[in-house]
Design a protein around this ligand. Structure first.
Ligand SMILES: [Zn+2]
Length: 190
């Protein structure tokens, strides 16, 4: 079912997600809602906090995004990321490289706001699967960025937490608009 996406600064976006225990029908239905809502909004990722549920569950699908390539490795070997889409993250545990890369990022909870965010170049991911097993992979490019962005959500962290105090001042008006549910003012490209 398509759910309403929660916008900044709803308190649930700052809630740390509870770890998922058993994969119950309620969890499966939450995952379906996440996929329906993400696809409807044309996003590449969505965390449960964004539909008002503070649990450690997120979904990702980078299929078809050609202009921003994704990378994926399983057991150290490169694989085609699209062969593993869509992806479900349940209680994900990450290991990141120290090297960071800056890239454009948006968030469905911050309509029309894009920011340049530094993120680890590569991330090791260990997630539970719907079948009760464990899936491990490494991700880079857009997929790596999406994993880091969505896992942040699961811990109540947002992409605006990664910018400098100065940049934060620059977007203060934009954030106020999002809070009020108004469109953000157009600004010339820097
Ligand atoms: Zn987001």
């Amino acid at each position: 079912m398509i759910k309403e996406i929660v916008h900044y600064d709803a308190p649930v976006l700052r809630a740390k997600g509870k770890e998922v225990g058993a994969i119950t029908p309620a969890i499966k239905s939450l995952i379906e809602d996440l996929f329906d809502t993400m696809r409807h909004a044309r996003g590449v990722g969505l965390a449960s906090q964004q539909i008002g549920v503070a649990l450690q569950v997120a979904v990702i699908d980078i299929t078809g995004v050609k202009e921003r390539p994704s990378k994926m490795w399983i057991a150290g070997k490169p694989v085609d990321p699209e062969a593993f889409m869509p992806l479900i993250l349940i209680n994900p545990v990450l290991k990141t490289t120290k090297t960071k890369v800056v890239g454009h990022e948006g968030c469905l909870s911050f309509p029309s706001l894009t920011l340049d965010i530094p993120r680890a170049q590569r991330v090791g991911v260990k997630t539970r699967t719907l079948e009760g097993g464990v899936f491990e992979f490494d991700a880079g490019g857009l997929l790596g960025r999406a994993v880091l962005h969505e896992t942040d959500h699961l811990h109540g962290r947002l992409f605006i937490d990664h910018i400098s105090a100065e940049e934060r001042r620059e977007i203060r008006e934009d954030l106020e608009c999002i809070k009020r549910g108004e469109p953000i003012p157009e600004r010339p490209e820097k």
